[in-house]
Design a protein around this ligand. Structure first.
Ligand SMILES: [Zn+2]
Length: 152
């Protein structure tokens, strides 16, 4: 009897052998309803029911899949800086911001537009050539000319 799977008595097939305690090469000795009924172990000669070789489950611990990318954590200091920035920017007209250049002259409370940090407000004059500017990313010290240097 030939089955659709092409299996028939006399063919070799891998089966578990209880005597050998492992998967060995067997010969099909009996078929039943298109299925393998009996096999004979090629190693020890034992005849038994066909036991399909189990697919050994890999014991390797599968690497944990990376959790779906979370939005990068924003440090609290950053959040505070942003909140602070938004607060001080309230009511200020950002269109009055002057592009920041080291050679430019600024004074306190000037709005500046920095090429890297973006919009910022000059919150204090540190030195005649140094200003503290509050940006969205926080406060930065910048070098520039100051219109009204600190009066001692
Ligand atoms: Zn065997």
């Amino acid at each position: 009897m030939t089955t659709s799977q092409g299996l028939d008595a006399g063919q070799e097939i891998d089966s578990q052998c209880l005597k050998c305690k492992r998967v060995t090469n067997h010969i099909i000795i009996a078929m039943a309803e298109g299925k393998i009924a009996k096999v004979e172990c090629n190693v020890c000669g034992a005849r038994h029911k066909y036991r399909p070789p189990k697919i050994k489950k890999s014991k390797k611990v599968t690497k944990k899949k990376k959790v779906a990318k979370k939005a990068p954590k924003i440090p609290i200091s950053q959040i505070k800086a942003e909140a602070h920035f938004e607060k001080i920017m309230e009511g200020l007209d950002s269109s009055t911001a002057k592009p920041y250049f080291m050679t430019e002259t600024f004074s306190k409370d000037d709005l500046i537009d920095h090429s890297i940090f973006g919009m910022g407000l000059i919150t204090s004059i540190i030195q005649p050539n140094k200003i503290e500017v509050t940006f969205k990313v926080g406060s930065k010290l910048l070098i520039c000319k100051v219109k009204n240097p600190l009066k001692k």
